[in-house]
Design a protein around this ligand. Sequence first.
Ligand code: C2E
Ligand code: MG
Ligand code: MG
Length: 569
Amino acid sequence: MNTFNGLRVVVIDDDPHGVQLVSQALAEHRDLKIFAFTDIDSATAAPPTHAADVILLDYDLSTPELQGLGKLQAGLEASLPIIVLTDDEDIDCFRRAIKAGAQDCLCKNGLDGKQLIRCIHNTLERQELQQQLRRAALTDSLTGLLNRDALFVEISNRLKPHAPLEPFSILFLDIDDFKLVNDSHGHDFGDRFLIEFVRRVQNCLRDADIFARFGGDEFVVVLPRASSDKTVLSIADTIRREFEIPIVVDGNPVFAGVSLGYTTASVTHRDTSQLLREADTALFAAKARGKSRCVKFDCEMRDAAIETLNFERSLWQAAENSELELHYQPLVNIADGRITGFETLVRWWHSGNLISPLKFIPIAERTGAIHRIGAWILQSACKQLSSWASSNSQISLSINVSPVQFEQAAFADIVLATIAQYELEPQRITIELTESGAIKDFGRTVEMLAILREKGVRISIDDFGTGHSSLSQLHRLPVDEVKIDRSFIQHIESPDDYSTLFVETIHLLASRIGLDIIAEGIETPGQRQVLLDCGYRRGQGYLFARPLTVVEATDLLDANRSFDTCGTV
Ligand code: C2E
Ligand code: MG
Ligand code: MG
């Protein structure tokens, strides 16, 4: 804080007596220097004013608008505390001065040194406090960088209308897979990782560059005077290379890739949000193209981003708009061709096309729409089973469930309530856990699966053998069944492939630990025969039937027929 040592005071007064009055009042204070000016224009034009600590402005407060104060503030490079000295004694005038931006206001009549120096002292302290608060409001507390608000101000100042545009670029940075760092090492570790990340990026920047934390693991650099792709790409490249060496926290080395997107301000840009959005869109494109790279924004990206947004928005409303449809693929006893149940597979009618779940389920998982979609699937599947159950009491239904759905605290309760609502036997429902490698909270998922299983709902691991952790999950998850992925079935007829050995071994393993096993994607009579020889009894695939509409599935059930060895009914 300023201790009044070497205090520089600027006095603006057109009356030499006024200046004299101040000089006399402050005469005792030898560590203080006074610079006097007769008017605001000459004061703001002079260097001592800009280096001053405080300004004493003689001012006629009876002027209605107090424009002089505004003019003085506008003419200064930084905000300096202004104390108004006036002949006026009306308290209302004092209030107006403060409102107009003065720090304090003193009456010249009877002005004494002690009063003036106390006023200056208080003003400076208040100014310091205000600056501290302002700094805190504009700074990110973890990294000490500017925060998002401050970044907006910085960019907006560069886009001032009517001012010529100084060229600059906006670089958006994001740490690849930072979530993994946080999830696997904890948030403290993540914080220290971020601090080191920031230090390294700072090493690559020039003094004039502005570095801000946008939020989480997203950062923005404003690059003044960098309008050529060459300059921006070279800075981006330097940043990327900084991270070829791992960041070490607590002795743990972590490799952090950085993706970057940028846009360059032009005269058409008058909106800070637009610039940031463009750089962010380019960053998104960098991620989509394989991460750890830098991509420049172009208009086609914006169109693609808008299309993605519209797609995501429609997906949110797909269930409400009755655009979802369940298809049913028969699950068959491959020995005698009897239908034992169906797997429900969702489809989405969007803009006249039937969209595959492979395309929209991952998006629904990312955006959270999976919770609504999953709830609709569960309701519709249970309702359908209840309508079939009257004539086919043995039919069961397998429902695909994304691991993301287990993040919903009440998920198990919702499943059980829906089963109860349709008066179904829980044993007739199998929950197929898709992509079980992506389970976030393993403990909670296990808990929910155990609750469901205890009530009789069957649990199946889908696409078994594809995830690298499939085997380890077998003994960690409470399961009843595995569905061996169709990629293994595809090749079991070729003699020099390991698939048959794998299919055989998995069957052996499953039967040893008491699990049911289903073969997915059986397409030929030959594959069916190999599976039978390996001991398989249940399967599904195009050999028997593709996923069917509800009408087709109902007809098939009503016909009460079995598939023959060639898969025909
Ligand atoms: P999945 O659960 O493994 O479903 C089997 C997929 O294999 C289905 O694709 C099915 O049409 C296809 N299929 C079945 N038999 C054959 C065959 O003989 N040959 C070939 N080439 N393919 C066969 P679909 O319906 O496109 O579903 C793809 C994936 O989308 C599903 O794989 C599942 O992971 C996910 N999915 C489908 N419906 C839902 C759902 O309701 N909820 C969730 N969370 N995921 C779903
Ligand atoms: Mg499945
Ligand atoms: Mg599968």
